[in-house]
Design a protein around this ligand. Structure first.
Ligand SMILES: [Zn+2]
Length: 73
């Protein structure tokens, strides 16, 4: 049974419409909990894109890595 988790990416800006705090990260996992797909959707303009293409800069591979994608200033 596949599971899907969703979370908003705080402080992120939509690359399509420029709205802030509208990006929702959807994480699909398989029954073992492995991430199968990560997709980001803007709830304002419905623009979707894959987050997977971001180059990994840290060796650790856990949920905290996702927080590194946006800049807290
Ligand atoms: Zn947008």
């Amino acid at each position: 049974m596949a599971r899907t988790r969703k979370r908003f990416i705080a402080g992120a800006e939509c690359p399509a419409c420029g709205a802030a705090d509208t990006l929702q990260l959807t994480i699909s996992t398989d029954p073992e909990g492995n991430v199968r797909e990560e997709q980001v959707q803007c709830v304002a303009c419905q623009h979707t894109f894959k987050d997977k293409e971001e180059p990994k800069q840290q060796a650790t591979n856990n949920d905290d890595t996702l927080i590194g994608l946006f800049k807290p200033e």
